[in-house]
Design a protein around this ligand. Structure first.
Ligand code: PTJ
Length: 259
């Protein structure tokens, strides 16, 4: 692939796209994943492509929730591993939490490629194709989950999700942490904690927060995540988008247009 000049004003964004295209060519990301990224990056652009304070609060609550859970699981799909494979593995070791591959566009071949990639980056015992059971009432192939993983989990981290599975997992009594740049999505609204940020920033932030909170007693961790109100946090993110658009509307449009 052609070189992307380091001094290009959109260098970071172009490199993120490149990772997804490479993931697509390797059979890890589906074409729909590239489209999903387009929606995500449009929202990220509006958010200023940086972690906003409400997202950092959600990260802290998510870290506390994962650390105080009995059986936390990190659910991964094609886009997540293409963008944050090292952080997924690191987080799974820090918490510790199991990793399960759970795909919307499920195929045996993609599951083994994603498992292989995770294992190449140091993950052990990646779930997703063994002892499968169904999430009741869910018709997409995401209903197939591991008995030892998502099915038994009390807390599931779902980066980049499509709506209905999060809702079903919540109705099964599980606590859900979503990472989704779209504060309006069904996933964001259904989750216990939603981190409205790009997965490339949210995952390292989550690793750092887990490192900081590790060793705190159960009551302190519970107090942190119980003090978090998801609907309020989403409302603050939407408010932030409104304020930012208002500010931008006052500027010369040509100055801030992306290449
Ligand atoms: O790998 P598979 O087969 O499981 O398929 C994965 C995709 C992403 C194709 C599938 O889950 C899907 O169709 O998802 P949706 O319904 O398009 O939802 C993806 C959500 O993630 C949208 O709300 C996007 O705004 C958001 N999003 C996209 N890129 C990012 C993101 N959120 C955080 N970080 C991103 N980089």
């Amino acid at each position: 692939m052609e070189e992307i000049p380091r001094d290009h004003p959109r260098y970071v964004s172009l490199m993120i796209r490149r990772r997804l295209v490479e993931g697509f060519r390797a059979g890890i990301v589906v074409p729909e994943g590239l489209l999903a990224h387009g929606r995500g990056e449009a929202l990220d652009y509006i958010l200023g492509e940086e972690t906003q304070p409400p997202a950092q609060q959600a990260v802290k609550a998510a870290a506390a929730l994962m650390l105080s859970s009995q059986h936390p699981v990190i659910s991964v799909n094609g886009n997540t591993v293409a963008l944050a494979v090292d952080e997924v593995v690191r987080l799974s070791k820090l918490v510790p939490a199991k990793i399960e591959v759970n795909l919307f566009h499920r195929s045996g071949e993609r599951i083994s490629k994603i498992k292989q990639l995770l294992e190449n980056h140091g993950a052990a015992d990646v779930l997703g194709d063994d002892e499968l059971v169904e999430i009741p009432g869910l018709s997409s192939l995401r209903r197939l989950v591991s008995r030892r993983g998502i099915f038994a989990a009390d807390c599931v981290l779902v980066p980049l999700e499509d709506g209905d599975r999060a809702e079903k997992l919540v109705s099964m009594g599980k606590k859900i942490i979503a990472i989704d740049l779209n504060p309006f999505s069904r996933t964001s609204r259904a989750a216990t904690i939603t981190i409205v940020d790009n997965v490339v920033r949210a995952m390292p932030n989550l690793c750092r927060a887990v490192e900081e909170l590790k060793g705190r007693d159960h009551e302190t961790l519970q107090a942190i995540y119980k003090g978090f109100n998801n609907q309020e946090n989403l409302a603050r993110m939407i408010e932030l988008i409104l304020r930012r658009l208002e500010r931008l509307a006052g500027l010369d449009g040509l100055k801030w247009g992306a290449a």
